[in-house]
Design a protein around this ligand. Sequence first.
Ligand SMILES: [Zn+2]
Length: 224
Amino acid sequence: MIQVDALIRTKRKTISISISPQGNVVVRAPQNCPMSYIETILKKREQWIILHKQRVLSRNNINQNLFTFREILFCGMTYTVSLSNSVKSPTLYGESFFIPFKTKPDRVPKVLEKWLRSCAESIIQQRLNYFANLMQLAPLGFRLGNTKSSWGSCSKSNIITINWRCVMLPPNLLDYVVVHELSHMLEFNHSHAFWEVVRSILPDVKYRKSELKKGDYLLELYRK
Ligand SMILES: [Zn+2]
């Protein structure tokens, strides 16, 4: 039997089945549609669902353990989340991320998120300072962002926002996000001139851009 990750009932008249960017099976159905009928449809389309889900997961190289909070991604490295009696607060050690033994299972996502966020500001600020200095730019401000749709942005008034989830990315991709947004201070568009600015700092921008695209699913992490 196919496992449904989200069943959304709306005013629609038909059933639709789709696979979300992170590989979840999403079913949309009419308000009063009986479960038995939905199951019949799922059974009929089982092959398609399995194939499509596999395709999404392998294409995006998605790590499902991040969504079940068995693992945490930090600076491009994954660590196994383990409960430990010997830590009082979250601790990264070796290949593990230890959290206090008494942590209730439903609190784990929040604990991981809080720790990542606490690291984000200084790590991102440091890279921003480094590249701002290199490019001789002075952003008016820096904020941590939390949107689902972007890794970063630069406002017309030169305030740079970087999604805190960038702290999960490998350093070369965080640098790309930072340089991309700083470059908008010079070119407020995605013109040829803009990409020339980015390329002058990061010659392998094309590679970094395509790698970042593969990590877009991380923008969905730590949301309810
Ligand atoms: Zn841009």
